[in-house]
Design a protein. Structure first.
Length: 112
């Protein structure tokens, strides 16, 4: 039975599953793999902290996510694909208030 996102283990499951999809996606995979190269463990750790801060209100991420992404060769179609992978990943793993919040965060961040 699915539950809400409650622990860092839940966050790690979500991040790991999502980036498994990103890494093999025809549109996004080459961009992420080229930028991250062999530093996937470090990138995932950073993403665990980011989403732990956002979803669990445990402030473990210190930084600004926008500057590194602003340098990527991406457009609106890339963001749409990101959402196409992200939202179903959240929904297949979780249900509840934080699951709903998680699905809204990227849309809100895009408007910043």
């Amino acid at each position: 039975m699915r539950q809400d996102i409650l622990t860092i283990e839940d966050v790690k499951l979500l991040v790991d599953r999502f980036y498994e999809k990103i890494r093999v996606d025809e549109l996004l995979g080459p961009i992420f793999n080229e930028r991250i190269q062999n530093r996937w463990p470090e990138h995932l750790e950073k993403m665990y902290c980011f989403w732990q801060t956002v979803l669990l209100a445990e402030h473990t991420y210190f930084g600004s996510p926008f500057p590194p992404h602003a340098q990527l060769p991406v457009g609106h179609e890339h963001f749409l694909k990101w959402m196409e992978l992200f939202v179903p990943t959240v929904d297949e793993l979780f249900t509840g208030e934080k699951q709903q919040k998680q699905n809204g965060v990227p849309q809100n961040d895009r408007n910043v």
